[in-house]
Design a protein around this ligand. Structure first.
Ligand SMILES: [Zn+2]
Ligand SMILES: [Zn+2]
Length: 648
């Protein structure tokens, strides 16, 4: 008997089915291999979860139709993880397996398996020497102990090398490791460090954009146990690493870690959960610290791996803030680029010293929020604490009124909890400056641009140049930047997103961390703003603690879990009527949903909020309704997403 996960995208059929193994296939079929089976009259793909002697199924079992390949691609550990992730995100096992298993290719399977290289020596503990508990972490990983850390890296840290040292520790103990980073640029740096430090053949780099044969070949080298270290972007969270001793994620606040395909799992959440299931070590790392990372520390799940204050002071850039009423540089070209005097002087000095200068400018397309007119704190709904915005649907008489973006209640009056202000204003929307304007302000200096539209540069040479980059696209400069200018803070801080503060710090710090130790960083933002203060003091842990305390008070994630349920208003009404909500759930909405590709007609969205401890019960209740709707062949799709990243 073979228990098979059948690739049928129907919520009510989300369970394994038993098939008989015919004698002629008995030689080939193994747990974890791909098969074809007859299901509801059709031949469909499936994966064997396990083989057994007998079935609970009473009648005669249908036989497996075909073994597609005898290669086991689904390990028991990954199968259990996938099931669990499906449950947490109200999705189905087949959805998760589609994320976990790359498409099969014939050629890589024909290559004979290769023995793994012998384990390397333990890593040099000096690399983690700047963090008091760093060397202990390396030892724990080498010994296969389930150490858990939230590592807040020093500015300018050679983090790819540190993460590879952790992998080396796992390998030295004869075990495996998995590291996930946000994008290809980070993965290149990590892979280069691995090439230097780890034995040839011990590493598989799983890149989303690799050619299908390459991608499947590398996946197989992990599944077969040749490569015990897997480095990759978010899809690699499900990689079949042998004897997993460590999972790690870099820059867990980056929104690229959120999977855009159903059931929309977040890489950090999957890895933390995987560490829990596998009983292995976990490191959640970044220059910044997320509220989720802080919750792992405060709940006692992880300890914090940080440098002491003196070490930090020696490594941090010198950050200065110039307020909104700053003085503009006297230079005519600098004035037209709206550069503050301090920023202009700092940049000119760095260029004269022969160093490149990083200028961070925002990407376009942020949704600005409403703020308190007096103290500029983001305006929140009195009922649910959701963000206030201008309602997209005009009110009576065509007037546009302020309303909650979560529960849709109009904000007829406003009473600021911070300063008792009663007036609202739109967050300042400035005009972003261009690379051309900046170039004119520094005649003679080369201008390089790095961003999504113009292409992302991974590195720039060490000479004098103005490097204009959008957040996340900052190239690493050889020898470090001589200075960095963080401009147009309004675009980051004024976003409606509830993660705006944390996200702004992360983006600033990732840019400022590329400056030579002690080098100047100028941020054009109000020096009294808590996020700006946390940058000047370089205090990501303090900011994360404050952020988490705020979210606890307001009932925001990660202290609560949220589910976004969207569809047509008729489908939603029927969905909610069938939903058996756990006791402490709070339903907010509906609000009109902005049109998204693939979704037709006018759609609405409800949010369901629940204390974190009841998150699984909420996911179960949502899945149950999806199951009933799928069994009844309800034609209209209702989209369910747990813990959406953007809650604007
Ligand atoms: Zn106020
Ligand atoms: Zn509200």
């Amino acid at each position: 008997m073979a228990r098979v996960v059948v690739d049928v995208p129907l919520a009510h059929l989300d369970r394994p089915f038993d098939y008989a193994v015919p004698d002629e296939l008995a030689e080939q079929v193994v747990a974890g291999c791909r098969v074809r089976v007859r299901f509801a009259g059709k031949l469909v793909d499936g994966v064997v979860l396990e083989l057994g002697g007998s079935s609970d199924h009473g009648g005669k079992l249908a036989p497996l139709a075909k073994v597609v390949s005898a290669e086991p691609v689904l390990t028991p550990e990954v199968a259990a993880l996938a099931r669990s992730v499906a449950d947490r995100y109200a999705g189905s096992l087949t959805d998760v397996l589609r994320l976990a298993l790359p498409p099969r290719r014939g050629a890589p399977e024909k290559k004979p398996p290769v023995d793994p290289p012998p384990p390397p020596a333990a890593p040099d503990p000096a690399g983690f020497g700047r963090y008091p508990t760093g060397p202990q972490l390396l030892t724990a990983v080498a010994e296969g102990r389930p150490a858990r850390a939230v590592w807040t890296a020093l500015p300018g840290e050679d983090w790819p090398t540190r993460l590879v040292e952790l992998c080396q520790a796992a390998l030295s103990g004869g075990r495996g490791a998995l590291v996930v980073v946000p994008d290809g640029k980070d993965l290149d740096r990590l892979a280069a460090a691995a090439e230097r430090l780890l034995p040839a053949g011990s590493v598989a780099v799983l890149r989303a954009d690799a050619a299908p044969d390459t991608r499947y070949g590398r996946f197989l080298s992990a599944a077969r146990g040749t490569a015990q270290v897997v480095l990759g972007t978010r899809g690699a969270v499900f990689a079949p690493v042998r004897d997993l001793a460590l999972v790690a994620i870099w820059d867990d606040g980056d929104d690229l870690h959120a999977e855009p395909r159903a059931p929309y799992p977040h890489a950090r959440d999957v890895l933390v959960h995987r560490a829990h299931l596998a009983g292995c070590a976990a490191v959640v790392a970044g220059t910044a610290r997320t509220a989720e990372g802080q919750l792992l520390v405060e709940s006692g799940w992880a300890h914090e791996l940080i440098a002491d204050r003196a070490t930090l002071r020696a490594a941090m850039p010198r950050v200065q803030a110039v307020g909104s009423d700053f003085e503009l540089a006297r230079d005519a070209a600098a004035r037209s680029a709206r550069l503050p005097t301090l920023a202009f002087d700092v940049a000119r000095k760095a260029l004269a010293a022969g160093s490149p200068v990083l200028v961070q400018v925002p990407r376009s397309g942020y949704v600005p929020s409403l703020v308190c007119d007096r103290c500029r704190a983001p305006a929140r709904c009195a009922h649910c604490a959701g963000p206030l915005g201008i309602s997209p649907r005009p009110g009576p008489g065509g007037s546009r009124i302020a309303a909650c973006r979560w529960c849709a209640r109009p904000a007829a009056t406003f009473d600021c909890p911070h300063c008792s202000g009663t007036k609202l204003r739109a967050a300042v929307v400035g005009e972003a400056r261009t690379a051309e304007e900046l170039g004119r302000a520094f005649p003679g200096a080369a201008v390089r641009v790095s961003g999504r539209g113009s292409g992302v540069l991974a590195t720039v040479p060490g000479g004098p140049a103005i490097v204009v980059a959008t957040p996340g696209a900052e190239p690493v400069a050889e020898g470090g930047y001589g200075a960095a200018l963080l401009l147009d803070a309004w675009a980051l801080l004024g976003r409606a997103d509830l993660r705006a503060g944390e996200e702004t710090w992360r983006r600033w710090a990732n840019a400022a961390g590329l400056v030579q130790a002690g080098g100047p960083v100028v941020v054009a933002a109000d020096p009294a703003h808590p996020v700006v203060q946390a940058l000047v003091r370089w205090d990501p842990a303090g900011l994360a603690a404050r952020e988490l305390a705020d979210r606890r008070e307001l009932g925001f994630p990660p202290v609560t879990r949220m589910a976004a349920v969207s569809g047509s208003s008729a489908a939603l009404a029927e969905f909610l009527a069938a939903l058996r909500l756990p006791e402490h759930a709070d339903v907010l909405g509906p609000v009109p949903e902005p049109p998204r590709p693939g979704a037709e007609g006018e759609r609405e969205r409800y949010l369901v909020r629940i204390p974190r401890t009841e998150g699984l019960a909420l996911a179960r209740a949502l899945r149950e309704v999806q199951g009933v709707r799928s069994a009844r062949k309800t034609p209209e799709h209702v989209r369910v997403q747990l813990d959406p990243l953007e809650l604007a």
